[in-house]
Design a protein around this ligand. Structure first.
Ligand code: EPU
Length: 333
């Protein structure tokens, strides 16, 4: 699995299965009990050295136009399609909606799990429905957007981990210009005479490449912590002690705090523990400098969490999914 996770953690799976069709998904899951790990691009997992549960990779890779009107289009996209290939394709077709999510690593099937989001857009705003094999009901189901329980880096698929095996995602995109240019660096495009889908995509790619390490060069899983949402009252107290703190109001009573700012202020940028390192241009990203194992990354994360708690009284929650090494079944022979 070492080449199948973008943190490049050394990992061996005892069983690895590729499933190409719905029939194969059905046959496999009807014959297996217990934990199964569904692995997409491996860009949001922190793997242990050994995985005893079966690891499944889906191969559904079609992009179909399901419906089209003068103004919009519905796309049905297989779980194995590389996320950024879908964004590039939709931009080339002139479909508006995914361009702000350019260059996010991973596959389409994983995107709804943590409701990927960047530069003012979250996946939930573009999803129409998700098709999945429901291991509890033992059949395929289609969840409409409002049934996916999307929230910031969260969904029903993340909360009920192991229940749903996502095979396809349907997106509703606009054929008419509809830009979201609220995020810092994108605001300057508002008055650009050359404003286009491709320009937004190119700008997002430039901003990401500036701050975030390319996982194929420096192994990482993007933001390692969620931006914590705290009460307005707690934020006011924090701001009193640290006037520079960056926060985004979420309604009247809560504020989302930029965890990168907290970690940066605590002096962690470019700090290394074993082979795990805090990225020097974005403190929210942890990287593997070469040879790191799961515990190296988690030790650095724990040290950051405890410092942030003691300096700012804020709890940081790990964003990628940490897969625990399962104990070997006791033998009864
Ligand atoms: N900041 C610092 N120092 C740092 C990092 C950030 O002071 O080392 C400050 C920045 O100056 C800025 C604020 O913190 O004022 C926010 O930084 P940035 O705009 O880079 O975004 P972020 O909150 O750190 C989130 C997402 C990213 C997404 C960007 C842009 C999360 C956990 N992360 O990062 O998503 O690309 O916004 O929308 O919500 C990911 O999930 O893997 C990811 C990369």
């Amino acid at each position: 699995m070492t080449e199948r996770n973008t943190m490049a953690l050394p990992c061996v799976a005892e069983r690895f299965v590729e499933l190409a069709t719905d029939d194969e998904v059905l046959a496999f899951f009807q014959g297996v009990r217990g934990d199964v790990l569904i692995l997409g691009g491996g860009s949001n997992v922190i793997l242990p050295e050994r995985i005893r549960q079966p690891v499944v990779s889906l191969k559904h890779a079609d992009i179909n136009v399901e419906q089209e009107t003068e103004t919009s289009v519905v796309l049905r996209v297989g779980a194995a399609v590389v996320w950024d290939a879908l964004v590039a394709w939709s931009v080339a077709q002139g479909y508006y909606g995914l361009e702000n999510l350019s260059l996010i690593p991973g596959c389409v099937g994983a995107a709804p799990v943590q409701n990927i989001g960047a530069y003012g857009v979250e996946l939930k705003e573009r999803v129409l429905r998700v098709r999945a094999y429901d291991r509890q009901l033992q059949r395929f189901v289609e969840l409409m957007r409002n049934e996916c329980e999307f929230a910031y880096r969260d969904s029903v698929f993340k909360r009920h981990s192991g229940r749903y095996v996502i095979t396809e995602v349907c997106f509703e995109l606009s054929k008419q210009p509809r830009f979201v240019l609220t995020y810092g660096e994108l605001q300057t495009l508002q008055d650009s005479p050359d404003l286009s889908l491709q320009l937004v995509r190119d700008t997002v790619i430039a901003v990401r490449s500036e701050k975030l390490p390319d996982p194929s060069v420096i192994p990482n899983t993007g933001s390692f912590f969620k931006n914590p949402v705290i009460s307005k009252r707690a934020f006011d107290a924090l701001q009193f002690d640290f006037p520079g703190v960056v926060g985004y109001p979420q309604g009247h009573n809560s504020v989302k705090v930029a965890a990168g700012w907290l970690i940066d202020q605590a002096g962690f940028k470019a700090k290394q523990l074993g082979a795990a390192r805090v990225h020097d241009r974005q403190a929210l990203v942890l990287t593997n400098t070469g040879g790191a194992q799961q515990h190296d990354i988690l030790d650095l994360a724990a040290s950051i969490q405890s410092q942030i708690k003691s300096i700012f009284s804020v709890e940081l929650e790990i964003e990628p999914v940490v897969i625990q090494e399962q104990q070997q079944e006791p033998r009864h022979d």
